[in-house]
Ligand binder design. Sequence first.
Ligand code: ADP
Ligand code: ZN
Ligand code: ZN
Length: 696
Amino acid sequence: MIARVQPLTTTRRLSGPFDYALPEAGVEVGSIVRVPFGHQKLDGVVVGLADTSEVADEKLVTPTSVREDTVPADLVGLALWMADEYCSTPARALSLVLPPPGRPRTELWAARTEAPLEDERLTGNQRALLASLPRAAAPDTGALRRLEARGLAAIAPRSRRRAPLTHPPADRAVEITPGQRAALDALRGGGAFLLHGVTGSGKTEVYLRAAGAALERGQGVIVLVPEIALTPQTVGRFQARFGDTVALLHSALGEGERYDEWRRLRTGDARIAIGPRSAVFAPVRELGLIVVDEEHDPSYKHEGDPRYDARRVAARRIADAAQAGPGSPAAAPPLLLAGSATPRPETWAALPRLTLPERVAGRPLPPVDVLDMRGAGHPLHPVTRRALSEARKAILLLNRRGWSNFLTCRTCGKVWECPQCDVALVLHRADNVLACHHCGHRERVPERCDACGSPSVARYGAGTERLEAELAEALDVPVFRLDADTSAGKDAVPELLARFAAAPAGLLIGTQMVAKGHDFPDVTLGVVVDADSTLRFPDFRAEERTFALIAQLAGRAGRGPRGGRVLVQTTSPEAAAIVAAARHDTPGFVAGELERRRALDYPPFADLIRVVCTAEEPAPARAAAGAIAEPAAAARGAAVLGPAPLFRLRGRYRWQVVVKAHDRAAAIAAVRDAVDRAANEKANRAVAFSVDVDPQ
Ligand code: ADP
Ligand code: ZN
Ligand code: ZN
């Protein structure tokens, strides 16, 4: 037998797998081996076993070691699919499904044996020690060893879990609503569904019951959430209901914790994995259900290579599991359940839909007033100011960090821009710096214009920092700010959210982070300060984003018995996304948006593939983009936009090509070939290529 091994290197040039002789320890698909490779040694993953090899027997080498932990075979298949689907490499895709580094922590554990104690001569201390068993041997290992020698105790190593610290709330047993019951009934036969439920309609209870049903049938569950720090309530509810069978997977865990959580899933000690997008690779056994909560959230798209979309990968995993068939007689067909109050048009069009049209307990959705800001002289409308001063607890969304948008010279018109990227710098007053939000460049705030010497430097627009300062002064409730500048520490976000939740009165102000799924029943006012900020993005998703942001923020208000209201400030009060969000009209918005997408030939009516070529000089980047555009345009059913220049980023010039594909597989294959060929050409040595299938 031969092991086919894919070495884990980052280069695009090497295309395995390569054949190796079977080591004595034996391997299976998913084994991680160390193999001699040229003059070096590399880690590799066994992706297949074969009877024969084209390599002559005497030339076949043997792996030097085999890791104890293995990748489940279904995840090896998933990774190889991903490598193709996202124009990446098998090695890069496999690196996403590897076990985290580490090994189990063991400790010595002491227990009593069957031996009777009556006839033994024991001191009082020894009797007390024996009575305290079973327990960890430390710090009495010496004394216990002596008792072990007499056959009275048994000491053996056993693994000890490093558990993440969490504070789950008490589980609340609720009577299920007829709507929730109907949704659950529809899910019984497996498949893929969209659960469209307005904010506060009790989607989480549906997830919990679907998960409970899967566990009862002996099947495992994955729950994907946008971001652990922003969704402590969802995570807490799963832990409250299912206890230790829930494993948490996310990047803020310590290395030992992460390893242990992975291992508990791999061995079957834990049956439910919960985490952000990378948890879609959790080694859950007999997968029966994947929940994608807040399926519209952009964080499900991975920004590194391979640029996978966890929602698509989840669908593939469920389809694979369905194909593999039930692992036990009780198992039901696997189920993908994507839920949101503001689903993506793609999901709406693709999946059968289950609806929870009302909030639990008949609470109404809050009325939304659109405030016209054309010609306004102050960042806050008078109606907003009055409402803020009257509200005890409110949330305010301003999707712009920092103090002001940009800085310009009143005399000569100079705008302060990032030297690395062609974008305006943003003023951050607390640090007295101008910062680039793309590359992190920072410089001191100028006292006068360095182009003309004028001391008259003006700031335009308001960011979260400035609004926080103004409102802290104007209001007599505490102001809490939540944005990327205030959430640096590991626990900063959950702590801030907990403080806001506990405060009898307060204003939570921040970027889109404040609009995620928080459930604060005493918030009565929601404000969107500049609803146009997302609408102005030059991106076909601008409408969808704006709608989701406003509707989600509105979903945070009026969850309790006191009700609530929402104010939306905008200079485009007639924009479709804003009008629909003000009416809580998801079906209306999606229908209009799908029409627009059909007319413009955007997803879901075409698939997009974006290739970005970057270089230190503009010409090679542009030439490389041209070399991709031409063969891509020849693919069946493909139309190409570009090459078009993008703004310079981190000192590199960027040109992009966008492929609109009507035959997804053909277009992906054509782009993959074109990029592989271009990347191997001498002229493009200084060019970096990045391929993004289904860009966000
Ligand atoms: P969603 O996820 O749809 O926004 P949640 O799951 O957060 O909604 O539910 C909103 C609130 O309603 C939560 O406090 C939840 O505990 C409560 N809830 C959910 N289902 C029920 C039910 N069947 N009966 C009573 N309360 C419920
Ligand atoms: Zn000037
Ligand atoms: Zn920059």
